[in-house]
Design a protein around this ligand. Structure first.
Ligand code: PEP
Ligand code: MN
Length: 372
């Protein structure tokens, strides 16, 4: 089901409406009054308009720094007074919401562990009922576009009209260069479902280390994200939380200044050429589908043959031969092994399910099936 949400732009700061990315920066955690203000002044000099700092920190394990708590809200107030920047912090429960609103925090965000929990989301949405405050929703820790969308819907139903999404990557058991692998197809799917939803990227929590910030931020810009939330600390190596991924204001400046910004529809270029190329792509996609259809018809005939001869569907030697041959042929066509094996794995899976259906006389499955 397609959900149509009425999401107004963050018009006060024209998020999504300017050529410049919307930037939020600040430390992972407010640690001391001095560190918070130092960070804010440094970032203000860079022209950052929104300051972030975690006051209550959701830590994976106990006995790590869990944030300074309510007293840090006074420091945010001071940041606002001294720099004129807007302030933002994470809220994970009703108490956080009330205290932040009372302290005049300008923008709230919901963390990844909270957006994964519909009960917590509903309680926060109820507490925010009728409030006129912008709220960003980080993606849930688990890679589920529906859960992310659900969290956004709960806020929208509570009357929050300025909602944005923050892509911070997804927990994964697999070893990866990323702390939280980005799985870009999930935010792309969210954007497809709610085209007007502003979306910003949090390369700090995706990357987990400062060396990755530049490339992740650039990728977000290439995908037409509306902005970035980046963790910055006056003394990153000695930060009380997420030290490896925080950068000094000077390094942040380098990252921002080297971003290449692109436009969806730049002026003064020929769209005829792009249209021609897209026409070719559509034509090849149709040919690909025709060939896949023919291939599956052959697979069905093979299924019928195996049924008659009482052979197993899976013939490991034959399959290994197919994979090996396709990798060699793919390389000659400049296709990566990763790509070729992914495609052939998908073809094989489909072929096996077609053959299984033939063997067991199951009805044909068409289209997609979706669980709730
Ligand atoms: C954070 O922004 O500091 C944070 C805890 O983020 P996340 O919810 O993405 O883990
Ligand atoms: Mn952090």
């Amino acid at each position: 089901m397609e959900v149509q949400l009425d999401i107004r732009k963050f018009s006060d700061w024209e998020i999504g409406n300017t050529d410049k990315p919307f930037l939020i920066a600040g430390p992972c955690s407010a640690e001391t009054e001095e560190q918070t203000l130092k960070s804010a002044h440094e970032l203000n000099r860079l022209g950052i308009q929104v300051f972030r700092a975690g006051i209550w920190k959701p830590r994976t394990r106990p006995n790590s720094f869990e944030g300074v708590g309510s007293k840090g809200l006074k420091w945010l107030k001071k940041v606002k007074k001294e720099t004129g920047m807007l302030t933002s912090t994470e809220v994970a429960n009703v108490k956080h919401v009330y205290e932040s609103l009372r302290a005049g925090v300008d923008i709230l965000w919901i963390g990844a562990r909270t957006s994964a929990n519909p009960f917590a989301m509903q309680e926060i949405a109820d507490a925010l009922q009728g409030m006129d405050i912008p709220v960003f929703v980080k993606n849930p820790v688990n890679p589920d576009a529906d859960l992310w969308l659900g969290a956004i819907e709960r806020l929208q139903k509570a009357g929050i009209s300025r909602i944005g999404a923050i892509h911070r990557g997804f927990s994964s058991f697999d070893h990866s260069i990323y702390r939280n692998p980005p799985s870009w197809q999930i935010p792309i799917e969210l954007k497809r479902r709610i085209p007007d939803l502003p979306i910003i990227c949090d390369p700090s929590h995706i990357g987990g280390k400062r060396e990755l910030l530049q490339s992740i931020s650039q990728k977000a810009m290439d995908l037409n994200y509306d902005g970035l939330m980046i963790e910055s600390h006056p003394d990153p190596d000695n930060a009380w939380s997420d030290a490896q991924q925080q950068v000094s204001a000077a390094s942040l400046q380098v990252i921002i200044e080297s971003l290449v910004l692109r436009q969806v529809k730049p002026e003064g270029i020929s769209y005829d050429t792009l249209e021609d190329l897209r026409f070719k792509i559509d034509k090849y996609d149709n040919e690909l589908l025709d060939i896949l259809q023919k291939r599956m018809e052959v697979a069905e005939s093979i299924g019928a043959y195996k049924k008659k001869s009482n052979m197993t569907i899976l013939q490991p030697n034959r399959w290994e031969e197919v994979v090996e041959n396709s990798l060699v042929k793919g390389r000659k066509r400049d296709l990566s092994d990763r790509f070729t094996s992914k495609i052939f794995k998908a073809i094989h899976e489909e072929s096996i399910s077609k053959q299984t259906a033939i063997m067991n006389g199951l009805p044909k499955l068409n289209g997609s099936s979706k669980t709730s």
